[in-house]
Design a protein around this ligand. Sequence first.
Ligand SMILES: [Fe+2]
Length: 511
Amino acid sequence: MYWSSLFLLFLCCTTCQAQTPAFKLFFGTSVLNETWREPLIFDNPLPKWIKGTLIRNGPGRIEVGKRSFKNLFDGFAKLHSWQFPGNGSSFFTSKFVQSETYKESLRINDIAMYETLDALSPPLNLSEQKVAFSRGMDNMNVNIYNYSGDCVILNDYWKLYQIDCNTLETIRSVTAKVPGEDISFPYASKLSVAHPLREYGTDHHLTVLQSISMLPLLPHKLTFVRIKSAGIREKIAEWNVKQMPYLHSFSVTERYAVIFACPFYVNVENILKGSTPIDSLIFHKDEPTIAYIVNLSTGKVTTIETETVFSMHHVNAYEADEDTLLMDVAAYPDAAIMPFFEFKILMNKTRRDTFPYKPSLRRYKIDLKGKKITPVSVAVNPRVPQANTLDLPTINEQYRSKPYCYVYGVAFKSDFKTWGNFSFVKKDMCNSTGDLSWSLPGHYPMEGWFVPHPNGSAEDDGVLMVPVFNGNNEKAYLMILDPKTMKPVTTAYLPVSLLFHFHGRFFENLH
Ligand SMILES: [Fe+2]
């Protein structure tokens, strides 16, 4: 009796260690329901000056038929919108993106053969993988933008989908041509970034086209590009690179763009062998990060090396003086974070908590004249040390490319012990005594968006819109936070659950 009780206790502890029910729902369960303009009920009045639409992109479905994705990054794109007409009401809509891969997958009741970041379960065989690679990536589940009136959704890929931001209907796929560029063989796998940025003082956006050479003697190519609409591009600069870095975002100041190429490189041999993209990316821990600084008016590219580091998300950058840029990024010592969103890690508490997770906000001083990049320490507030570990950064976009103080984001391991102890933080880059944090036990905030007050004068005059999954009652809600205090103004539960999603944006002219 004694031994059997001990065995049961051991079994229970092992199960508790490995499974957290809320994690299974929040990170690993498809949400198939779609909704159309469901009214939301806020627990406190919604400020009437909030007028516009928040739209967020992310995975909504992780299996079809008997096959499933192994990595949350590959989940089929689902869009969620919160419409605010400006009279204190709000309506919620959610819809799957009708991409080619999604439509074909439903038709064949299996995951269609298109390129995915990670493998499938059961896996594709080698010839199926080659078909998938040749068809490229079609699932744009990462970000959403307004390109001069065209709503588009993106992944780290050159192709994009145009959608109707009012109805969330899918309109068409777009593979834009860059004048003077031939992006066919021997270049393959047309990568780009999921975080283009607005060009300072214009209605245009900026991005990078990454052309991977499949021939040993032909160098890879980076092309820096101006986006004028969903389908119109203009070349600003182009240069060869010895190795093709993985890029997810970059920085823009008034006159420059900074592409921060961390030494996380595409291995072409692995691609040719049929490896998935995640297995074809290798971090070179002994190689420097290479910054390519593009002069946006002349197209001149300056190359400067700096410390070995890895970053997916840039925060902001600006010109401190004529020859000095300051650039902030959410950084990690290496690219170990990349496989973290595999379900086998996400669903296992022991693996999550023991994973080498070491995020830190990093500031770099870029001396254009001296061609030198120096890390600048970011002060830590000992009362809110997790503020320096944020990722999924958001700022008041009115301060993009300008001197600024506040960055908001998610700290995923706030107690430095448990990956799952989430908080939503405010980091004051000008004075760490301004650092603040919001958290509730068992609640999981996602990326926020800063909506400025129309008559505001301070950088933090406005509200933060933060979707949260409440693991205690297993329901999701939208929280409106006061950025000055990081205390909730009002919250509204949603009619459907939410799978953890990635990025979004508030469109002020859409309501
Ligand atoms: Fe991102």
